[in-house]
Design a protein around this ligand. Structure first.
Ligand code: GLP
Length: 242
């Protein structure tokens, strides 16, 4: 694990965005993994800015997103497909048909198998961006999810519903299930980049880095990944041993 603590969220966004931009420039046919939530928003803005200013091209890039809520299609503003389109894809020269977000509609089991096959067919994910939930979840792999899981249906925990429901009209409005890439699927990415900032992530970050590797703390499995870079701000890093 390479852990870098930056003095501000801006610096963290710049460091993570640079890593992605360099990778795309080096390999224009790269397969990228993207995440949603608050954490990647600043990075996506920088990727767009760089694309406009420096013409970094995403024409031949393929992407896979981590997860999607059950029952939402891409026209729903709360869907992760909508998030990705509006926060990133609509502003790049990427071919939308090469951008993949798990489907939250139809036969979710079958859709999950197809998603795994598509990742495999693309040759696996070269560089995957991830965030972390306050309970240590990665994507929607909640505590207790087996480390060997692949894309599957996940039941969201109370803590995750509490953290995420503000995007919805009410707590009743947030779907209670999602389709998520599994922990094994994430671990198979050749390189992982995690970004986390803010005090509310400090406890999970400490357990992820210093705690035992256990399914109670899904992110702790990252300790075993051969190429993971973690960008933190001071607050998220505040509980780590000096
Ligand atoms: C959600 C997503 C995760 C994300 C996490 C943290 O539950 N499924 O992929 O990493 O929340 O989100 P945020 O960055 O908004 O704190």
């Amino acid at each position: 694990m390479t852990i870098t603590t930056l003095s501000s969220v801006e610096d963290l966004n710049i460091a993570a965005a640079e890593l992605f931009i360099k990778a795309v420039r080096l390999n224009p046919k790269i397969v990228l993994g993207f995440s949603t939530g608050n954490s990647p928003k600043g990075i996506y803005q920088l990727l767009i800015q760089d694309h406009l200013r420096n013409k970094t091209s995403y024409k031949s890039v393929t992407t896979f997103n981590l997860d999607e809520y059950e029952g939402l299609d891409g026209s729903s503003e709360q869907s992760y497909r909508y998030f990705m389109d509006t926060h990133l894809f609509d502003h790049l020269d990427i071919d939308k048909s090469n951008t993949h977000v798990p489907s939250g509609l139809g036969d979710l089991e079958a859709g999950s198998r197809i998603y795994d096959e598509m990742i495999e067919k693309a040759g696996g994910i070269d560089l995957q961006l991830i965030g972390i939930g306050t309970n240590g979840h990665i994507a929607f792999n909640e505590p207790g999810t087996p480390f060997n899981s692949r894309t599957h249906i996940a039941n969201l925990t109370e803590e995750t519903i509490e953290a995420n429901y503000k995007d919805f009209l009410s707590k009743d409005g947030i779907p209670k299930r999602a389709v998520t890439m599994g922990i094994q699927s994430i671990m198979e990415a050749k390189q992982l980049v995690m970004v986390a900032f803010g005090k509310n992530k400090a406890g999970a970050i400490k357990k992820m880095i210093e705690g035992p590797i256990h399914t109670d703390m899904p992110a702790s499995i990252l300790q075993k990944h051969p190429n993971v870079t973690i960008f933190l701000d001071q607050e998220a890093a505040s509980l780590l041993k000096k």
